[in-house]
Design a protein around this ligand. Structure first.
Ligand code: AMP
Length: 121
């Protein structure tokens, strides 16, 4: 599903609006954190801004504080769920990079062994 400007709301906007259920671990006025519906690791969470920025590359100067907030929340949430010693963060930007939901989100993955030789899930 996509969220190009002027098109229908993304699945994440629908979750934020309470139209679709999700397992919400955290929320504040700027973002929510949900469990990924198809986890690629024992812990697979999504940190999602309420503002529907389609892709990271679409963020601008006005989003600077929001992007910082999201990254700080990744660390807070990792501590909250007990994975702060080892987790991976992934942002897919664009279909060619594997992005399927065009509403910016940060993947927080943990609970399986990652090494420096391979990036990704
Ligand atoms: P990306 O491929 O980076 O766009 O990631 C989108 C992620 O959203 C995938 O890991 C999906 O499993 C996840 N996802 C899609 N729909 C839902 C949903 N309704 N609730 C939770 N996670 C979802």
């Amino acid at each position: 599903m996509t969220e190009a400007s002027g098109s229908e709301p993304s699945i994440f906007t629908r979750i934020i609006n309470g139209e679709i259920p999700a397992d919400i671990l955290y929320e504040d006025e700027d973002c929510i954190c949900i469990k990924d519906i198809a986890p690629k690791a024992p812990t697979h969470l999504l940190i999602i801004p309420r503002r529907p920025i389609p892709r990271l590359a679409d963020a601008g100067e006005a989003d600077k504080a929001l992007l910082g907030h999201l990254m700080l929340k990744v660390g807070d949430i990792a501590r909250q769920v007990g994975v702060d010693e080892a987790f991976r963060v992934v942002v897919n930007n664009g279909a060619g990079a594997g992005q399927t939901v065009f509403h910016l989100h940060i993947h927080l993955l943990a609970g399986k062994t990652y090494d420096e030789s391979a990036l990704g899930f």
